[in-house]
Design a protein around this ligand. Structure first.
Ligand code: BES
Length: 464
């Protein structure tokens, strides 16, 4: 049976697959920081060269931002019934700060056997998303080297702006609609249930970004000469941030919960049956109790409830020693995670109206968010591609795949549906402790290896 041969080939070639992943990980393709623009282009070029060498018709297409990789493969074994499948991943990554908290160099991928005997690859982008995207690239490679072809018609779409809000994505999908519309999209940017249990994610939260500046005096002031008379913008900022949540952990912005429904009883029951350990989940990051809305389980809070978070706050003097100053400005960056039918534009407008109302006299707030934002996604579980993938994952892991939600956001999933009319199947091999977006990000070697094998099986099942 050819799937077994392909799996054996992937196993034999695993060290070479690791080497190719490491080459990609050494390129600091941080999309949000203009200083790394050339490196983003370089990462795209490396991937395009690999895909071309495998026989894909591949190119790094220019956009208003970082290049978008599009690569097509026409299966040599396809019949009229063989599906055309799009695989999506992203080659960009998050910034590495605070860099002094890393135990290894973020752009020097390091293979380590930890004290628990588990082998892990440490470095920025290992799990999010270079390690993950290379699982489907290496699976396709194993099919081609073993059988001469991928068993399905495949299009790889590998983005370079996922970590910075995908500004070029919508125009790109609209401009290339016919070329990119496939039977289904597979997105490899999510987690497993645990290291031994595969998962398919069927819910993602949406996301809205905002940045605010509060200005009070027109210049920095001596805090003795003016203190007591002048409004301090940090005080106004603190008042606003303190007002975001009520005493029960609920977001206090009027209208914020419009479009948020209670979970259907059946879903609540299925989630309860997963036996999720809140203690372990919170304990692993030094916490003891959930901070969100009271009376809801952690799983419910993450998978089905919206949030208002402050991601950064600064202003005034933060250098060594003290400085007696009333600053002119205070800054903060916020994000809102959305669920259900919450509308990103309305959430943003509701927040802005609320924030203006919170301002004391002589504190002027301005908003400099990028606008936009993406709504939440829910994918129907009785999709044929989900069922085939679930069966293939079960064969690989000898365990049923968990259908789960995710607190993270992958805006492209809604774009695939709304612009290309295509459902997405979210299969990924990350783990909760991968520390994505954090210092010491890692990807387990077993995630990489079993990820490759899972895609080999899924591609095989879809080609049958
Ligand atoms: N891979 C993540 C999303 C994710 C996180 C899925 C955890 C499953 C579990 C994705 O790359 C990501 O980080 N997305 C960003 C959104 C982006 C617009 C900045 C996020 O969720 O913050």
């Amino acid at each position: 049976m050819s799937v077994d041969k392909v799996l054996a080939n992937a196993e034999q070639g695993f060290q070479a697959s690791m080497a190719r992943l490491f080459t990609l990980l050494r390129i600091p393709s941080i999309s949000t920081d203009p200083a790394y623009k050339q490196h983003c282009a370089e990462a795209a070029d490396v991937l395009v060269a690999e895909l071309k060498a495998m026989g894909f018709d591949a190119a790094a297409r220019p956009t208003g931002g970082h290049p978008m990789i599009v690569a097509h493969y026409k299966s040599k074994t396809a019949t009229a019934k063989t599906p055309h499948v799009l695989f999506y991943g992203h080659y960009d990554m998050q910034p590495v700060d605070p860099v002094d908290l890393w135990h290894t160099k973020p752009f020097e991928p390091t293979l380590k056997k930890d004290k628990d005997g588990v082998e892990r690859i440490y470095g920025r982008g290992t799990a999010d998303d270079k390690g993950q995207l290379m699982t489907f690239v290496e699976a396709a490679r194993a099919w081609i080297t073993t059988t001469g072809s991928v068993p399905i018609n495949a299009t790889f779409l590998i983005e370079g702006e996922e970590e910075s809000g995908s500004p070029s994505l919508i125009p790109f999908l609209k401009a290339n609609k016919a070329e990119l519309s496939c039977d289904v999209a597979f997105v490899c940017d999510t987690n497993m249930w645990d290291a031994k249990t595969p998962a398919i994610t069927t819910r993602l939260r949406g996301l809205v970004h905002e940045e605010i500046i509060i200005t009070s005096p027109s210049i920095d002031l001596h805090s003795g000469m003016y203190g007591g008379a002048a409004m301090n913008p940090i005080r106004a900022m603190s008042k606003l941030i303190a007002a975001l949540h009520d005493k029960n952990g609920r977001v206090a912005i009027p209208g914020f919960y419009t479009g948020v429904a209670e979970l259907p009883k059946a879903v609540k029951k299925q989630w309860a049956s997963l036996k999720f350990s809140e203690k372990k989940f919170l304990g692993a990051v030094g916490l003891k109790s959930a901070a969100g809305e009271k009376g809801r389980s952690v799983i419910e809070l993450i998978w089905s409830r919206p949030t208002a978070e402050v991601n950064g706050i600064w202003g005034g003097y933060t250098g060594a020693g003290g400085k007696t100053v009333i600053p002119s400005k205070a800054h903060a960056k916020l994000t809102f995670r959305l669920v259900g039918k919450q509308n990103p534009k309305k959430v943003l407008a509701a927040f802005q109206a609320f924030a203006k109302k919170q301002m004391p006299k002589d504190a002027v707030i301005t908003f400099s968010g990028h606008g936009g934002g993406s709504p939440a996604s829910e994918i129907s579980e009785d999709n044929m591609f989900i069922q085939k993938s679930s069966a293939a994952l079960k064969t690989e892991f000898k365990k049923e795949a968990v259908l789960m939600g995710s607190g993270g956001s992958i805006p492209i999933v809604r774009c695939f549906k709304d612009i290309l009319g295509m459902d997405s199947v979210l299969v990924g091999f990350g783990l909760n402790d991968d520390a994505i977006h954090s210092p010491n990000e890692k990807y387990n070697v077993s995630s990489f290896q079993r990820g490759i094998k899972s895609w080999i099986r899924i591609m095989g099942a879809l080609g049958e």
